[in-house]
Structure formats: structure tokens, C-alpha cells
Design a protein around this ligand. Sequence first.
Ligand code: SAM
Length: 276
Amino acid sequence: MSDLPPPRKRFGQHFLRDANLLRRIVAAADITRHDLVLEIGPGRGALTELLLEKAAAVVAFELDRDLAKWLEERFADARWRLYTGDVLDADLTSCLAETRALFGLPAAPVKVVANLPYNVSTPIVEKLLASQSALTDIVVMLQREVGWRLAAAPGTREYGYFSVIVQAHCDVERLFDVPPGAFHPPPKVMSSVVRLKPRVPSLLPPDLEAMFRRVVSLAFEQRRKMLGGSLLRLGLERSRLLAALAEAAIAPECRPEALSVEAFIRLARALACHGG
Ligand code: SAM
């Protein structure tokens, strides 16, 4: 067996070593013998081992080549497929299809269970959203503040671009917090486990996605400004913008943090109709 490489900071390596917490994370995904599970960053395989006990098979992505080599040896006979490299560069659809073919699994939605590298947790969640229709449950550990943002309700300080985008596609539930001492080496921050359940169908029709993102992004870039002002940067005539706001039943004086996800979707739809 190769030597176990030391934890590498640049890969965001903090290995969870609390057996009880590992079990709680796996339990939150309610894995059955029929499930294909996607794990991002298996690290030293603490979570992987439990996932392999429950799932039909596991597909994993590990960026650290040395660790990947070590893992290949550790789980040499397991029902899993490990891809070495950056998950952000991966074609998830074909990797999932390849793994299904390897283990003779039917094309069914996949569960994601991962203790994410915190430096790239936001782009990873964005990537998972893009594959939303292929996923049923996403149970991830990330920095506690990111967890707050994902689950934030309108009117709170944490509510922003990321909250609105994610909640348009998923129901978000914060499950529990994890202190630094549960990891080796301990991170400087608290962590949270959250569950995202992709909405079927999504609240947001695919043809509105681009407009929706533009509106939410412009609105929160100047979160203290009134929407009637910040959305002028869409380049629409003022009268058209006001007509769209009226159609969406939103006052131009409204500030973005007061708007629900549904209201942002109404607004994107009205703006699309008014040529935004
Ligand atoms: N799952 C392990 C655990 O719970 O103990 C390790 C979690 S550790 C926080 C994050 C893992 O993700 C590390 O093994 C790291 O090497 C890996 N990683 C970091 N960036 C990655 C990326 N872009 N793609 C795939 N894996 C990545």
C-alpha cells in the first residue's frame, strides 16, 4: 500500500474523523441499495467507506493525485469508480453514465454526499445545480456561513444572490453544525451540513434562467438601492421597467432582500415580456 500523503492545505483538506457525524451525514441522504452516490473529494475515504456499505455504487472525484492513488488501493475491490482530477472540469453526465454502465445500474437520479473543499464549494454547488435533473438529494458539508446563505430567508442579512439562485432550483434545509475539532487538521471556521432537494419541476422555467440570473445579480450588486434604480442597468427604458415591475406586483422602491424567490421569477418573466 502506498504511503498516506499528509493533508494538503491548497486542496482544502480537512478530514472528518468523528464517526458519529459521518454516520449522521450518510443517514441524511437516506441511501438504499438502489442508489448511485456521487461523492466529491473522498479524501482518505472516511465517508466513502460508509457510502459503499449502503449504496449500489459510488462515483467519486478527487483532485489530489497522491491521495487518489492511495484510495484506489484502499478500495480496490469496491463497487466504485474514482475519477482523478478537478470535479469542476468533469462532464458529470458522462461520468455518471459510465459508472452506471460499469455496474449495470438503471438510469435513475443520483444522490450526492460530500464534505466539500470550502475554497470551491460555491462553484461546486453551482455545477450540481446545472445537473439538477439528474440528482435527487444533495447532502453537503460546507462552511457554516455558506450554509446560512444557501438557506437564508428574505429579509435577513445572509439573503443574497446565491440564496435566490439555489432556492429557485432546490428546497434547502440546514441540518446541523460541525465544530472545527471534528476534523484533522481543524479548519479555522465552523461547518454546516445542508440538504438540497432539487425541485421537480424547478420553480424556474429554463428559458427564464438567463434573465433571472441577470436581474438577481444586478439587484444584489447594490443591495441597499431600490430595485427601480438598480435595474435601470438592464438598459431598458424606464417606462418599460416600471411596467414590468407593476406587472410583477413589485414596488420600484422595494429593496432586493425583501423579495421572495417567486417574486424574482415573476419579475424576470415580466421583464422578458417587456424586452429586457
Ligand atoms: N471526504 C473527506 C472527509 O470527509 O474526510 C475529505 C473532505 S476534504 C474537506 C475535501 C476533499 O476534496 C479533499 O480530499 C480534496 O483533496 C478534495 N478536493 C479539493 N478540491 C477538489 C476539486 N476541485 N475536485 C475534486 N476534489 C477536490
